[in-house]
Design a protein around this ligand. Structure first.
Ligand code: NAD
Length: 365
């Protein structure tokens, strides 16, 4: 095994057909794109490999509004990255956040925080995209699609030309914009994904925890599908302290009805609308979800998360991005986890894929 010097992905020299020889040494790649990039500027990528071996962990945040800046703050506290770059169309905002964050460096692990530009995406471990127009009260995520797809048509080529390793999409509608990014960047599917239903899954676990009076960290539960109205709660796979929900319920004194379950899921599904109505935007929980994903990547954790990824035959669905559980490490998505859905969940999942495919068919990429 060796590593692709462009994207950092692990490569089996005997399996890949993409290779090149430079200064007497063989280099192997995951895709034609990486090989082309290397052939064009080999010294750039060899310098980047050397730079990585000095253990730089760089995260670039594009869009330093409420979500981007809250993520930057939490990322700085986490100590996961030692280089954080802030990019925004409004340079003054990025500059202001840079100053404010830097003034806290006496209290956290050392890191370099700068307001930068797209060329800073070079050598980045991940670029987190939170740029765009936010959902307005009463507006569905789907209403946002055209506005944000236009912004992405401008942004993605500017970022992708520097070939950062992983692109993490957060802007809404996240599933559609993840798909748009894959088309615009020409990246392999493991290196582009969206935060998807990470947040909805966390909301589901929190609400189940409140209902069952159990720490949400001891609850395993997934929301899959669209990050939005057609999302699907996978009730058949909920476990509490490792015990399947049905068994847990029979031990518990509470009489839970179908209505209780329905109520929990309705709260999950409508949480964003409710928070936006109350305070204009959601940003704390999503920023912690992003720190969690950054940890999976920067610490090469192989952790399981529900993120938005391009489907390739999952329950018969392809050519659409939506959330399913996957394993995330240093190279992005390393495996898709095929979960056993019951019949109703499978139908709902397929419905969700259909909803997103319909929207994709209505936009020009
Ligand atoms: P915001 O308006 O506070 O910030 C958006 C930022 O993007 C602004 O600073 C703006 O200047 C910048 N921007 C716009 N166009 C740009 C461009 N072309 N280049 C660079 N920067 C640009 O919005 P927010 O509340 O931070 O939300 C950001 C996005 O995240 C929205 O699309 C929102 O719907 C989404 N969001 C997603 C989730 C999720 O779970 N996926 C959760 C919360 C918010």
């Amino acid at each position: 095994m060796t590593k692709d010097p462009v994207c950092g992905m692990k490569i089996d020299e005997k399996q890949t057909k993409y290779k090149t020889r430079y200064k007497g040494k063989n280099y192997y790649f995951c895709s034609q794109r990486c090989k082309n990039d290397f052939d064009e500027k080999p010294e750039k990528y060899l310098a980047a490999v050397e730079n990585k071996s000095r253990r730089e962990r760089k995260v670039v945040i594009v869009g330093t509004g409420k979500v981007g800046s809250t993520f930057a703050f939490n990322l700085m506290i986490s100590g996961l990255a030692n280089s954080i770059v802030l990019i925004d169309r409004n340079k003054k905002t990025a500059e202001g956040h840079k100053m404010d964050l830097n003034h806290g460096l006496s209290f956290v692990s050392p890191s370099k925080i700068k307001a930068g530009d797209y060329e800073d995406c070079q050598d980045a471990d991940m670029v987190v995209i939170t740029a765009g127009v936010a959902q307005k009260p009463g507006e569905t995520r789907i209403d946002l699609v055209r506005k944000n797809a236009e912004i992405f048509k401008d942004l993605i080529p500017r970022i992708a030309q520097y070939n950062p390793r992983i692109l993490l999409i957060v802007s809404n509608p996240v599933d559609i914009l993840t798909y748009v990014t894959l088309q615009l960047s020409d990246y392999p599917m493991n290196r582009v994904f969206g935060s998807g239903t990470m947040l909805d899954t966390a909301r589901f676990q929190y609400l189940l925890g409140e209902h069952c009076q159990v720490d949400p960290r001891d609850i395993k539960a997934y929301i899959i599908g669209e990050h939005g109205d057609s999302e699907v709660p996978v009730w058949s796979m909920v476990t509490i302290g490792g015990i399947p929900l049905n068994q847990f319920c029979s031990l518990c004194q509470k009489e839970c009805t179908k209505e209780d379950k329905k109520d929990i899921f309705e709260q999950v599904k409508n949480a964003a609308y409710e928070i936006i109505n109350k305070k204009g935007a959601t940003f704390y929980a999503i920023s912690l979800a992003l720190v969690n994903i950054a940890g999976s990547i920067l610490r090469d954790e192989n952790s399981v998360s529900t993120v938005s990824t391009l489907l390739d035959g999952y329950y018969g669905e392809s050519d659409v991005c939506l959330s399913i559980p996957v394993i995330i490490n240093n190279n992005g998505i390393s495996e898709v986890v095929k979960v056993e859905l019951d019949r109703k969940e499978e139908e709902e999942f397929k419905h969700s894929a259909g909803v997103l495919k319909q929207i994709i068919s209505e936009i020009e990429i």
